[in-house]
Design a protein around this ligand. Structure first.
Ligand code: HEC
Ligand code: HEC
Length: 336
């Protein structure tokens, strides 16, 4: 009897607690991925919550992260360019020229590793790259924490989000928490797959070409996020100044292989490729149509395709269906 009362008591307590918790919840944006996407995996110590997200967003647009306090993450990952920029190579502090093209942060939550060479295993770890990189922030995360130590807004937000002072741990986690919500799944193509909107005849021909054995585009640009995440050489150059994947593995067989990029929002993220050397989608499709340059590590699917002008236009029309205006104009992601 005593145990039964205890159990009943615990249930009542639990019920009361859960009611109380519910009342505390303020408006939280719904960042759930669309029905045609898999669920997002958050690390155990960095589950999504709105306090963490708000802190991460504030840090994303914080100039104090850069040595001379002139640029922030959003300088190279701009909402209007689908969280990329429009430079071939981005500019860091004092106008230093970077060595790679800034990629889109569209759907980064789903990537198994980061950067063109896959050198970073988690979004939390990746944060250190732009902070330390001389041609980006040229700074140091310990110094950033010192700089913000007397800032009561940041300290309060940090306590609320992670129950500790703003330090290395909090800065990396909050930024990653924000980045994981950069989900884009409302393009015309998504609406087509959810049977909400039809594609035009031209776009459909492009989709069929994209998935055909004539082009093999979707062997590498595979699945809902249009990437296999493999490291491949697509014959972009004869000789590369960038070692690509070999920068991490030191293997000759990985030289000039780059992580296959997502094609989501591709219309918005020109110029293209790791070095920004292709200005337009037409240039990219012409590159593939030509079969590219010969390189020992070139994938054997990269061969002359024999596409007509009309077929090239169809492919481009399809690529443009991957633009998601609701992502680009989402006020939640903008610096406001
Ligand atoms: C000066 C421009 C610049 C700034 C500032 C910058 N980035 Fe980047 N970002 C890049 C470039 C260039 C790459 C590609 C680097 C590589 O592959 O080695 C990149 C890659 C990334 C990636 C990996 C994406 C992928 O597909 O693998 C993430 C995530 C990222 N940046 C987040 C951030 C965050 C967070 C900040 C702020 C702390 C930031 N970036 C600041 C230019 C910048
Ligand atoms: C063998 C694998 C492979 C195949 C097949 C392939 N790609 Fe790629 N694609 C890549 C790789 C790797 C990159 C990045 C190369 C780099 O940055 O140097 C890339 C880059 C791109 C880019 C630029 C992305 C960006 O953000 O800069 C576009 C657009 C693109 N591919 C479209 C296509 C189309 C269209 C086809 C079919 C005609 C195709 N790809 C076939 C591997 C492939």
């Amino acid at each position: 009897m005593k145990t039964l009362i205890n159990i009943l008591f615990s249930f009542t307590l639990l019920f009361l607690l859960s009611c109380e918790k519910k009342e505390e919840v303020t408006y939280e944006p719904n960042f759930a991925p669309p029905s045609n996407f898999p669920a997002i995996k958050y690390p155990e110590d960095n589950a999504y919550n709105y306090s963490r997200w708000k802190l991460g967003k504030k840090l994303f647009y914080e100039n104090a992260l850069s040595r001379n306090q002139t640029i922030n993450c959003g300088s190279c990952h701009q909402t209007k360019f689908a969280m990329a920029d429009n430079q071939a190579l981005s500019l860091g502090v004092d106008g230093a020229v970077g060595f790679r093209n800034a990629p889109t942060l569209t759907n980064v939550a789903y990537q198994p590793y980061y950067n063109f060479d896959g050198g970073n295993q988690t979004l939390e770890m990746q944060v250190l790259v732009p902070i330390q990189e001389h041609v980006e922030f040229d700074f140091n995360i310990i110094e950033i924490a010192k700089r913000l130590a007397d800032n009561s807004t940041y300290q309060n937000m940090s306590k609320e989000a992670y129950n500790r002072e703003l330090d290395y741990y909090v800065i990396t986690r909050a930024l990653a928490n924000f980045e994981r919500t950069l989900i884009s799944g409302n393009s015309k193509y998504d609406k087509y797959t959810r049977e909400e909107t039809p594609l035009t005849a031209e776009e459909l021909r492009g989709l069929n070409l994209f998935t055909s054995t004539k082009t093999n585009c979707n062997t590498c640009h595979a699945g809902f996020n249009f990437t296999s995440y493999a490291f491949e050489n697509n014959g972009l150059c004869k000789e590369y100044s960038d070692e690509g994947r070999a920068r991490v593995t030191k293997l000759d067989t990985d030289k000039a292989r780059f992580k296959v990029p997502t094609l989501r929002n591709i219309e918005k993220t020109a110029p293209y490729m790791h070095d920004g050397s292709k200005a337009t989608l037409y240039d990219v499709v012409s590159h593939y149509n030509s079969g590219g340059n010969n390189h020992v590590n070139k994938n054997n699917l990269i061969v002359p395709l024999g596409l007509t002008q009309d077929e090239m236009n169809d492919l481009i029309a399809f690529l443009k269906t991957l633009s998601d205006e609701s992502f680009i104009s989402n006020p939640l992601f903008k610096n406001n």
